[in-house]
Structure formats: C-alpha cells, structure tokens
Design a protein around this ligand. Structure first.
Ligand code: UGA
Length: 436
C-alpha cells in the first residue's frame, strides 16, 4: 500500500476506522488530544465495547502498522487524513456543535504535505465541508478536502466498515475521487457500490439516511399507539406490512424507541440546519418523529403505573438493560436508562442490570442501583422491565426467576420476549403496542 493514512479523533468512529484501515494493509496513525485514550489504544486496549474490535486493534498495533499519538505533527508523514471527531448536540439548542471538527482541521492544516487529502467522516450540517475546504486551502493551498459519510452501526462496526453496503464520497474534483478510490480499492473490489456526490449532497446523504431510519422507528411506534387504542397488535401489523418489499421488515421493531449518540441528535441538527437554510417546513415532520420517540418512553411508564399504582413510591422495579441497544456499552440518550431514571425520580427503588453498560450508566446516573446479575436485579421486585434486547434476556427461564420476584409481572419494552413462554410460567406479560 503506497498511501499512508492518519485518523484524527480516536473515539468510536475513529478507533474503528483506524483499526479497519490498518487491517487492509495501510500504515495508519491515529491522533487524539486525549493522552489517556491514546495510551490505552496504543497498548491495544479499547476504551469502549464493540464486538471483535479490541482483538483487531491489538492485532494491528502489534503488526506495527497502527499507532496512536497526541502529536498532530505526525500527520505530516501521511497522505490521506480522515477526520472522525464528534459533533454532539450543542448545549444551547438543537444544532450540532462543530468546535471539534473545526479545530481538528485547523490543527492538522499546518502539517499537510503537498497533495494531501483531508476526508471528513464526522456527521455535519450541510455546508460545513464547503466552508472547511475554503478555510483549509487558505492555510494549505496544495491540499484538498472531501467528505465521506460513515454509516456504521454500533455492534456491527467492523463488518459495516470493511463490507459496507455503499461508499459515498463528496468531492470537488476528479483527483480527490481517484485518491479515495485508491484508499478503498480492497472494499470496492468486493463489488461495493460507489457513489460520487458533490460536497453538500454527501453531507445530506448521511442525515437523510438517519432521518429515514428514525422515521421508520417512530412510524411503527405511532402504529403501536393506535394499536393500543384500538385493541390491535403492532408486532403482527409490522410483520404483515414488512412483507411488502417496498416497506421492508427492518427497523419496524416497536418499543421504547431510538436513542444513542446519532439518531436523536442528527434529526435535531438537521431541523436546525434546514431552518437556517429557509427550508424549515420541509423537515417539520421530524419534530413529530422526535416527539413520538420521546412519548414511547412515557408510555412504558404509564403501563408501569397501570400495573402498580399512580404513585410509584415504595415499589421495587427491576430494569433489564441500560444501553441504547444490545452489543454496545453506549448509554448516550439511552431510552432504557432514561426510563429507569424517571421511575427512580418518581420514588421507586430501581435496580438496573446490563451485560456491558453498568459502568458507563453509573457515571451518568450514580443514584440508580446496579446489579451484576439478572437474579440480583429481579430479587424481590414488584415488576420487571425489559428495556434493551440483549440476547441474555431472551434466554432467561421465566420459571426460574419466578421464584425470586415478589410479583410475576413483566413489561417487554422491546417486543422481543416470548410472550407465550412467560405466560405459561405464570407471569403477567405486557408489551407496548399489544393489548392482549
Ligand atoms: C445509527 C445508524 O443505524 C447507522 O447507519 C449510522 O451510521 C449511525 O447511527 C451513526 O450515525 O453513526 P446506531 O446509532 O448504532 O446506528 O444504532 P441503530 O442500530 O440505528 O439503532 C438506533 C436506535 O433505534 C436504538 O436505540 C435501537 O434500539 C432503536 N431501534 C432500532 C428501534 O427502536 N427499533 C428498530 O426497529 C430499530
């Protein structure tokens, strides 16, 4: 591989990208301002959980192709620079905070060698790439900037990086496209679709994709609300409409809705940007998507009240799941943890279990009680809530834990448990969007 790469920002996206690119045979240097993170990554250990990634990282560091540093001057030796820093929701509104992206590009600009290509991967409001490119060429006139949105899902990060369902590049000229085609050749050779777009379209593709996914989830959760009102069953409804290939059966899992570091903040930032562009009305529907999503969290609390009492003080509630989805330790905007915290604030004694997310959850909500085992979590509980669909929870034997709880009542917030199995074991089983 004659090209060498740098990855600026070594959080979830950056660490994954760096390890995967190294596994393709590239020499990669990861740069991050956090010395602790850099030291940890350099020792081959991951600061977060992602299936298979720690093994890959350790293997690549050991191979000598992958290294990490806090020194931005390290990018001087490399040809292509992937910017993978975060763009969180700003503290004072819906818009994305671009501080890290801007400072990352500014930090590497003085070191860029002739012909360098800076490639943004962070999710940014449309227009950001063009303006960053303008700034960059002022400092480093013989370099260029492209955008290459990332579509990886947590829990499937390696697979989605090395065998993505498409590669999208936003470029201002043929040379930038050629460079990126060279970088991604091993992936393109697998037959991966390649989409060349202009800079603004590439930024829009990313937020449009996440908005569509969020819309699909909120659509099915809206149907769940109607099913509850009409005496229907949303799981049957989802299955039935999903057979239509124009609709498809993915992302129609009704429950407590979406969370995480991407979908919620991306739809909000998209609305904020559309308003700045004078296209507010076009994305008004996303406000409703957001509202339906947040309402799902309240609806599950309503079911809890319905089962226990209006006043929630004095009950012991076991919460199974803290992360925003299974196979991740990410608790950012996690619906499960939000519900647990709300029940706790309402006066219940909430005990949370999660296979991977207890430590990050404890950092965010130190007031909640955490249990290391499912049995400890459910012991003496008045009600069990299933809020993140970890495989472990589908393997629970309802007969076994029946002996531990005070009341055999379970609410499935993800519509993933086997209702008949739980009922056979004598449990009262309730779920969102199912009246039976
Ligand atoms: C999402 C997108 O799926 C990725 O394509 C994108 O690259 C990523 O954001 C990003 O922007 O970086 P991720 O945040 O890992 O990926 O999570 P998803 O798998 O999309 O799930 C998001 C949330 O929706 C989870 O809380 C999940 O429980 C919920 N969900 C998902 C449902 O409630 N129902 C469903 O049918 C599917």
């Amino acid at each position: 591989m004659d090209l060498t790469l740098s990855v600026v920002g070594c959080g979830y996206l950056g660490a994954t990208h760096a390890a995967c690119m190294s596994s393709l045979g590239y020499t990669v240097v990861g740069v991050d301002t956090d010395p602790e993170k850099v030291a940890q990554l350099q020792s081959g250990s991951l600061p977060f959980y992602e299936p298979g990634l720690e093994t890959l990282l350790a293997q690549e560091v050991k191979s000598g192709r992958l290294s990490f540093t806090t020194d931005f001057a390290a990018v001087a030796k490399t040809d292509v620079h992937f910017v993978c820093v975060g763009t969180p929701q700003s503290k004072d509104g819906l818009a994305a905070d671009l501080t890290y992206v801007k400072s990352a590009v500014a930090a590497i600009a003085p070191y860029l060698k002739k012909g360098s290509l800076v490639v943004g991967k962070s999710t940014v409001p449309v227009g950001t790439a063009q303006s960053l490119r303008g700034e960059l060429v002022k400092i480093a006139p013989q370099s260029d900037l492209a955008w290459n949105p990332e579509f990886l899902r947590e829990g499937f990060a390696i697979k989605d990086t090395l065998t993505p369902n498409r590669l999208v590049v936003g470029v201002a000229n043929d040379l930038a496209e050629e460079t990126l085609k060279k970088v991604y050749k091993p992936i393109l050779d697998l037959g991966t679709p390649w989409i060349r777009a202009d800079l603004p379209t590439s930024e829009l593709v990313k937020v449009a994709a996440n908005s569509f996914l969020a819309t699909k989830i909120s659509f099915i959760n809206a149907m769940a609300e109607v099913c509850e009102a009409a005496g229907g069953d949303v799981t049957v409804l989802a299955q039935a409409i999903g057979y239509d290939p124009r609709i498809g059966n993915k992302f129609l899992q009704a429950g407590i809705g979406f969370g995480g570091g991407c979908l919620p903040k991306d739809i909000r930032a998209f609305m904020a940007r559309a308003e700045e562009l004078g296209a507010k009305q076009a994305l008004e529907f996303l406000r409703e998507i957001d509202a339906i999503n947040l309402r799902a969290r309240l609806r599950v609390i309503d079911v809890v009240r319905d089962e226990l009492s209006k006043e929630l003080t004095g009950y012991k509630i076991a919460v199974l799941g803290a992360t925003f989805k299974p196979d991740s330790d990410d608790v950012r905007d996690s619906p499960a943890l939000d519900i647990a915290a709300q029940l706790n604030a309402a006066g219940s004694h909430v005990v949370v279990h999660d296979p991977k997310g207890i430590e990050p959850a404890r950092k965010r909500f130190p007031n909640l009680e955490y249990a290391e085992s499912i049995n400890d979590a459910v012991k003496g509980s008045d009600l069990v809530l299933h809020l993140t669909e970890w495989k472990e929870y589908r393997q629970i034997d309802p007969n076994e834990i029946a002996a531990l709880v005070k009341n055999k009542v379970i609410i499935d917030g993800r519509n993933m448990l086997d209702r008949d199995l739980w009922r056979k074991a004598g449990w009262k089983f309730r779920a969102l969007g199912r009246t039976d």
